[in-house]
Design a protein. Structure first.
Length: 92
C-alpha cells in the first residue's frame, strides 16, 4: 500500500525533474498529479499540453528508496511514458 508520504515524495520528485526530463518532448509541460498502486500495477496520472491522462505499468517493489524516488521504479515509469508518447504519435 502506498502511503501519503511516499506519494508526496515521488510526485514532488517527478515534478521537480519535469523541466529537464519530460517537458522537452512534443507534449509540452508535464505535471504529475497522482499515483495509485494495486499490487504490482502502478497508475500514474498527469497533465500536459495534450490533456489529462495516465500511464500504467507493472513494477514489483516500492516507488521510494532511502527517502527518495526509486531509480528502478522511475525507469519503469519512463518506459511507460515513452510508450504513451509513441501511442500519441500513432494517433495523429
Amino acid at each position: 500500500m502506498l502511503s501519503d508520504r511516499e506519494k508526496k515524495t515521488v510526485l514532488d520528485g517527478l515534478n521537480e525533474i519535469c523541466p529537464d526530463t519530460f517537458n522537452e518532448g512534443s507534449h509540452g509541460e508535464w505535471e504529475f498529479t497522482d499515483i495509485v498502486q494495486d499490487g504490482k500495477k502502478w497508475i500514474v496520472h498527469f497533465n500536459n499540453d495534450s490533456g489529462t491522462d495516465y500511464v500504467s505499468f507493472n513494477y514489483d517493489g516500492s516507488c521510494v528508496s532511502k527517502n527518495d524516488m526509486s531509480q528502478d521504479w522511475f525507469e519503469s515509469l519512463s518506459a511507460a511514458v515513452s510508450d504513451w508518447e509513441m501511442e500519441q504519435m500513432d494517433n495523429y
